[in-house]
Design a protein around this ligand. Structure first.
Ligand SMILES: Cc1ncc(COP(=O)(O)O)c(C=O)c1O
Length: 427
């Protein structure tokens, strides 16, 4: 009766409804295939524009016994039990939270928890008002691009650079200006003297080479932004995993001129399936960011935000990060020692932090592309910069000699066996 199939008529009894729910819920033609017109039309101008998109799902995954694909958290370490408890508890007290529109910037409990953590972890002093919850850093990059890019804008990018950022800026019609990366990060002496640009950087653990931007260069980059009236977009995707020494303060933490837009994500420290991240915007961009966010999607799902807020304020998140940092450290050590054992003149960079490292191939091995092919044929996934969602604009000397190897989702034993197998296939 509640679903509308039968109706009760006072004193007369219960009858089949005159109009059953299917009549008003479904169209009369459902299920019938429509024939598609074969007439070839000239695509409109906008449809002729081609987009490129980053590839984060490994097409080879199924046939590999050891897969060093980058940026994947350990699936067995996701805090399933705690998460189930937190979600259940919030559901029970949800009230109208699942049925109403809420603050477009995100749940205030979560924004407060993030602000409280950013201060000790990244030296960032931000008010919850400056924080917007987004669906991961890619969503954050879209928000930022809609806020400050227009066709013809200059976007300074690292070379090599994360594809997700470069391809996105390209899709907005921005002009990309690649600046080369060396062992201290972005070569700031090459920054263009252009006003109102944006510069996208990954200072904690450069993507893909893994180097850390030195303090001196951080200050140089900030001075450039202040002088040229440009914004810096700081993508801090895997900064929770630092294995040696104290982390350098984030650019946002050193920013006195309020020129840095900071992107954080929970994709690496928790899991990409959550699709949760945040943007910290300068004070003068708060209301613009809120407007653009409203235009984009009216806000993020409430339940996951609520569970995450409780996970953070209850201390579970910090415990989780400490635990997986140790796990990833042991895995990184296993990878570094396996590479050194099997390929003794290996140069390894970017292994001080993060979930992947870059391996510069010893001179006796063929090109990175060939090593990738030989590895894949032997069931071991190792990846060139281009396969590992990076775009190489050219100035990386010998870019075809580098492979990127993720270590966070493989056990130590799997790592050792995988590198031994690769060595065997290459010999
Ligand atoms: C440098 C970099 N930034 C951002 C992302 C994407 O993160 P999210 O899942 O938060 O969109 C990745 C994913 O691998 C990445 O490598």
């Amino acid at each position: 009766m509640a679903e509308g199939y039968i109706e009760s008529r006072k004193t007369r009894g219960t009858f089949v409804s005159l109009q059953i729910p299917e009549d008003v819920l479904y169209t009369a033609t459902h299920g019938e295939a429509r024939s598609v017109s074969r007439k070839v039309r000239r695509p409109s101008k906008v449809m002729q524009r081609e987009f490129r998109a980053q590839m984060l799902v490994n097409p080879h995954r199924r046939k590999l016994t050891a897969d060093f694909w980058v940026g994947r958290p350990d699936p067995n370490s996701f805090p399933r039990k705690a998460w189930a408890t937190l979600v259940h508890r919030r559901l029970q007290s949800a009230g109208s939270a699942l049925t109403e529109y809420r603050d477009v910037a995100g749940l205030i409990d979560l924004r407060r928890a993030i602000a409280d953590r950013l201060r000790p972890a990244r030296s960032i002093v931000a008010s919850p008002d400056q924080i917007l919850i987004v669906g991961g850093s890619q969503d954050g990059l879209n928000l930022v691009s809609r806020m400050i890019l227009e066709p013809g804008s200059t976007a300074v990018v690292e070379s090599p650079c994360y594809q997700g950022a470069a391809f996105l800026f390209e899709s907005f019609g921005a002009k990309l200006v690649p600046v080369r990366i060396d062992h201290r990060g972005l070569d700031c002496s090459q920054l263009p003297n252009i006003r109102n640009a944006i510069a996208y950087v990954t200072p904690s653990h450069q993507y893909p080479l893994g180097v850390t931007l030195s303090l001196e260069r951080r200050l140089e980059l900030l001075a450039w932004a202040a002088q040229t009236g440009s914004y810096i977009v700081e993508d801090d995707y895997d900064s929770d995993f630092r294995f040696h020494g104290a982390p350098i303060a984030a650019l946002k933490g050193l920013d006195r001129a309020d020129r840095v837009i900071y992107l954080g994500t929970f994709s690496k420290c928790l899991g990409a399936g959550l699709r949760l991240g945040y943007v910290v915007v300068p004070n003068d961009l708060i209301s613009r960011a809120r407007q653009v966010k409203t235009l984009m999607n009216n806000g993020q799902p409430w339940l996951e935000q609520a569970a995450l807020a409780d996970f953070m304020t209850g201390g579970g998140f910090e415990r989780h990060v400490r635990r997986i940092r140790n796990l990833y450290l042991a895995r990184r050590n296993a990878l570094v020692s396996s590479l050194r054992r099997h390929f003794n003149e290996s140069e390894i960079i970017g292994d001080e932090a993060g979930m992947h490292l870059a391996w510069r191939l010893p001179s006796h091995l063929p090109s990175a592309k060939e090593v990738e092919e030989i590895g894949l044929a032997a069931g071991v996934g190792v990846y060139t910069l281009a396969s590992g969602a990076a775009i190489n604009f050219g100035p990386v000397p010998e870019g075809d000699r580098y492979l990127v190897l993720g270590f966070s989702s493989l056990s130590e034993r799997e790592i050792e066996a995988g590198i031994a197998k690769l060595a065997e296939a290459l010999s």
